[in-house]
Design a protein around this ligand. Structure first.
Ligand SMILES: Nc1ncnc2c1ncn2[C@@H]1O[C@H](COP(=O)(O)OP(=O)(O)OP(=O)(O)O)[C@@H](O)[C@H]1O
Ligand SMILES: [Mg+2]
Length: 236
């Protein structure tokens, strides 16, 4: 009896853990597009000039995006527990346009940054476009966030044998040697990130999404010099 109870408890704990992971991944991923909407509205407002009707509407968009972010935080907050799982719908697709789109998003958000993109000859891959977009948003926004203003970000996607490798490189603060091992652990933030806001969820989500694709994410970094995150996809 006691053993059965203990087993049930262990099972219950695992379920709760899975739900927590889902919720943290989901709320982060709802927030990323909202950040993009907010950034675009801010620029539209600026371009339109103060007191114009367009600026007024842009301000309304921004206020609504903020309200929505708050609602997401409330309902999908860390403490709340609900049923759910991440839907994974892979289709044979070209990754090139997905990379171009993700970089275009970041260019719009950070017009002062130089993003370079290099795409090799690539076979079609089994991809969930939505999850790939979120993964790239996470890596690209990190590259910008953890490097000085004006530093470039280089994106490269090439075939290597039976795999396609997509790397995002920056010339930023890098990762302290001692922290490398824990970089993909949920809620972990490296010791050299003081002054930047973050939750330590993005990279864990990327790892989770790559796992669904049967792929991997790897990191090479030298503190003070820069980092390269590489997504590696199997070719079917
Ligand atoms: N390009 C990078 N250069 C240096 N450190 C990085 C880079 N990307 C991630 N990190 C480190 O990894 C940690 C985890 O990154 P992750 O994206 O998961 O979380 P975050 O950026 O802190 O917050 P958020 O969940 O909002 O993305 C960061 O806090 C930072 O210490
Ligand atoms: Mg991040």
């Amino acid at each position: 009896m006691e053993r059965r109870l203990q087993k049930a408890l262990v099972r219950e704990k695992a379920v709760v853990e899975t739900q927590r992971l889902f919720l943290s991944v989901t709320s982060h991923d709802f927030r990323t597009p909202l950040t993009i909407i907010d950034g675009a509205a801010r620029r539209i407002g600026r371009m339109a000039g103060a007191d114009s009707p367009i600026a007024e509407r842009a301000a309304a968009i921004r206020a609504t995006a903020r309200r929505m972010a708050q609602a997401i935080d409330r309902t999908l907050g860390w403490s709340s527990i609900a049923e759910g799982k991440v839907a994974f719908h892979p289709e044979l697709a070209d990754i090139g346009p997905m990379v171009e789109k993700a970089v275009a998003n970041q260019r719009a958000l950070h017009p002062d940054r130089a993003f370079s993109v290099e795409l090799g000859e690539l076979p079609a891959l089994l991809l969930d476009a939505g999850l790939i977009e979120r993964s790239l948003d996470n890596l690209l926004s990190n590259a910008v966030k953890y490097s000085p203003a004006g530093a470039g970000v280089d994106v490269r996607c090439v075939r290597r044998g039976k795999r396609v490798e997509l790397s995002v490189s920056d010339h930023g603060i890098g990762v302290p040697e001692a922290d490398m091992r824990r970089m993909f652990t949920r809620f972990f933030r490296a010791g050299n990130t003081r002054g930047t806001k973050g939750t330590g969820i993005g990279l864990n989500a990327v790892k989770f999404y790559m796992g669904l694709h049967g792929g991997k994410v790897a990191l090479r970094s030298v503190e003070g010099e820069g980092s390269t995150f590489t997504l590696s996809f199997p070719i079917k």
